[in-house]
Every structure is written in C-alpha cells, then in structure tokens.
Design a protein around this ligand. Structure first.
Ligand code: HSE
Length: 303
C-alpha cells in the first residue's frame, strides 16, 4: 500500500499573490492499494461533495501523470482521510493534486523526481503558491518563467505560531479570482513589490516585527473583502492583539496571523470575536509551519 501525507498550505501571505506560501501542520492522508476496479473510501472530517468516481481530482491528476509518462492507468482502491477543510483557502485541492501525482508516480515505480512533480503540479494548478510548500514544506517563494520553475525555501522552522481562523462559509477560488481587476496601478505594483521584498527579508532573517507592514497588500485582499464579512477588521485586530502580522489565506475565507507563542490565544479569540460581530462563526487553530512537505510511505512492496 502507498500512503501520502500532504500538508495544508496558506498561499499569498499578503502581497505574495500567486507566488508565496507556507505549509502547515494540518494534513490530508491518502492511501492507495491494488484493486480490480476504481474504488474510493472517504474518511475524516470532510467527506461531503467529494466525487467517488473518475471525476475525483486525485484520480484525474494521477491519470494526467500516467499519460505524461505513457503508463497504462491501473485501478486502485483509494482512501481519502481529510482533515483540511475544502474551499476555505487552506490548499485542500492542492493536497489532492500532490497526493494524486505522488501516488501515480509511486505506482509507476517513481520515474519522476520531486522537482518534476512540482512542475507538473504547478501546471495543473496554474500557480505554484500552494503546491510548492505542499511538496517541499516550509515557507516558499516560487518564480515561474516561460521555461523554468524556480522554487526557493525561505525558512523551514520559523519561530512563530500560525493562528488560522476558519470562517463557516465557503469561498470558491474561481469566484474569488474572477472578482479581481484585470490590471493594477503602478503605485499598487510598487506597494506590493516592496512588501514582498520585506516579507522575504523578515522570514530569512527572522525579523518578524517587520511582518505588520510586510503582510500588507493592495492587489487582491481588499478586493475580496466583500466575500468575507469583517475580514479587514479581523486582520487589523490580530496585529492590535499582539500578532506580528496577518493576511487572508489563499483566496479565503480563512485568515492567518503570525504570532509569538504567548499571544496565540488572545489573537485567536480577538479575531474570532471580530468575525462574530459580523455574524460569521469560525473555528480557530494554532499551527506550526510543516518543514517536510508531502511524504510518501510504501507499506508493502506489492502495494
Ligand atoms: N494565489 C491564489 C489566489 C491562491 O489567491 O487566488 C488560491 O489558489
């Protein structure tokens, strides 16, 4: 049997739209074993609306890898054990993409290395901000050129906690991308570019006090505020309550605050209370940055 454990991720980290992200210590686990037909077993907290046939994202991704390497698809019994909430901005679909690629690669005898899997995952996702940390772990910046992908790990074990505040609403990434304007002003480009530089500096040099400014953004967060009642107030309240900085996680609705250990509870309670004033209930978690990324374990040679 093959087992792939893939971390949840938080993309953008404020100004790093479509290029920065980090892995979190919250996981989806996928298991695959030989079968005479395609079968799915759903376990874990989030089992609703997951297709259990050829439309399943993990399966479609596996087939895409097999097609690329010219390998005949083989039926599998796949168990999905999901702890990452879907459509909340925590990279749930990236976990399925990464899980599908790693399982398909393992079934075929591991012909592709981790970098080739990352390139394929980025092509499938369209941007690498979730898949790079999901595959590599840590806090990452990924640059895509026409021909190459340049993934960089800025830190593996940063000295802060990530408070994630998960509102009880769904935001579909496609919808949250459609509302963004097609172009941005020169002033906003300068605003974001300077803060991405500061964000990289803050993570590499562990100068987390820079994060209050370094997590600010002008090109996607405010534009998405209409989808998440109380978002801006909650992000501001996080810093007032003692977080180093805070941002919308991916395309939302989850918010993420980077905190010193001692301020975790106050920050979580404050953000939750602000959302609650806007009639939005939420669940909070205090997580660390996952340093390993996706891990494949083979538990029997004949899988
Ligand atoms: N960078 C993406 C976005 C993350 O903000 O739309 C979600 O896939």
């Amino acid at each position: 049997m093959f087992h792939v454990k893939v971390p949840a991720t938080s993309a953008n980290l404020g100004p790093g739209f479509d290029c920065m992200g980090l892995a979190l210590t919250l996981y989806n686990n996928f298991y695959a074993e030989k079968s005479d037909k395609l079968e799915f077993i759903l376990k874990g907290t989030y089992t609703q609306n997951i297709p259990t046939d050829e439309r399943n994202l993990l399966w479609r991704t596996a087939c895409r890898l097999w097609k690329k390497i010219d390998y005949t698809p083989t039926p599998l019994r796949i168990t999905l054990d999901s702890c990452v909430p879907p459509a909340r901005g925590l990279g749930s679909s990236s976990t399925a993409v990464v899980g599908g690629l790693m399982i398909a690669n393992a079934v075929a005898g591991n012909p592709l290395d981790r970098f080739e899997l990352l390139k394929l995952a980025s092509e499938i996702e369209g941007h690498p901000d979730n898949v790079t940390p999901a595959i590599c772990g840590g806090i990452t910046l990924t640059v895509m050129t026409k021909d190459v992908l340049i993934p960089r790990c800025l830190a593996k074990n940063p000295l802060f906690k990530s408070v994630v505040v998960i509102p009880d609403i769904l935001v579909e990434t496609e919808k949250a991308r459609k509302i963004l304007p097609a172009s941005v002003s020169r002033a906003d480009v300068i605003y974001n570019a300077s803060r991405v530089g500061l964000l990289v500096d803050a993570f590499i040099n562990e100068e987390y006090s820079l994060l209050a400014v370094a997590t600010q953004d002008k090109i996607h967060q405010n534009q998405r505020a209409s989808l998440i009642p109380g978002m801006t107030d909650a992000l501001n309240s996080a810093v007032e309550a003692g977080a180093y900085g805070a941002a919308l996680s991916g395309s939302g609705p989850t918010l993420i605050a980077f905190c010193p250990d001692g301020n975790v509870d106050t920050v979580a309670e404050t953000m939750k209370a602000v959302l609650s004033k806007h009639s939005l209930s939420s669940v909070t978690m205090a997580l660390d940055v996952d340093s390993e990324g996706a891990v494949l374990t083979t538990t029997s040679s004949s899988y």
